[in-house]
Design a protein. Sequence first.
Length: 299
Amino acid sequence: MKFKKLVAIEPVSLIPSAEKELYTLADEVVLYNDMPATDEEIAVRVGDADAVLLSYTSRLERVAMEKCPNIRYVGMCCSLYTPESANVDIRYAESRGITVTGIRDYGDEGVVEYVVSELVRLLHGFDEEPWEGMPREITGLKVGVVGLGKSGGMIADAMRFFGAEVSYFARSEKAWATEKGYRFLPLKEVLATSDVVFCCLNKNTVLLHEAEFEVLGKGKVLFNTGLSPAWDEAPMVSWLESDPKNRLYCDTLGALGGEKWMSHPQVRTVNVSTGRTKQAFDRLSEKVLNNIKAYLDLV
């Protein structure tokens, strides 16, 4: 079984061998290398295609899908955790019998390397004064992880490897984390007792409000590794400016919430998606192709 027409409405970061294989999975393949600007342009690009691919940088909304009645498969070449956090209107797609697939766990290794690198630079004082006045190790550092999915778990493991004391907050206690000695605590307790907090949440998940920043307190470091801010903006800014030792680290502007905070003296952002590595593209490509093949095998 093949698709009649497969369209990638934007660049989807597949490696060349995976792009080549797409041509064996559809009678016609159209790959766009620029970003669509509007829903109308997306609908024009999709046209009469029965399969659509997109990355995380565009949205496939109901208004576009309504104009493209032939769609029966949408492949998200990016993370899919929940319908609410997806950049595809999954509820509408389901109502039309359109299958939507996504991938997970393809860029976490690079994110872990990023947070370790930045934390070491801060603690040792590379290019700035050491955070505690003199260089120190991660050993003995109290670390809290908010959201213990794949990337949060990998960050916790990395911190433990370097000798940190790890606590975490998640929707439920994880048996595997307990076995490793990670303490499951209420969110506010994780924030209050940790020197460094890593927010590893799904897109559009906000858990840090005014009360949470109050208990986080002064002299703390906050990392956000998600695709969007994990906080309400006003209390975040108040917390940041309540103590010159407070630090906020985000790899991308999406995680930070915009360019206006990029130049803040207590904000550190490399403005790079640290999960987008050579190895991540290999993993992404394999998973996208496997999703397509699994769908075609079922129809």
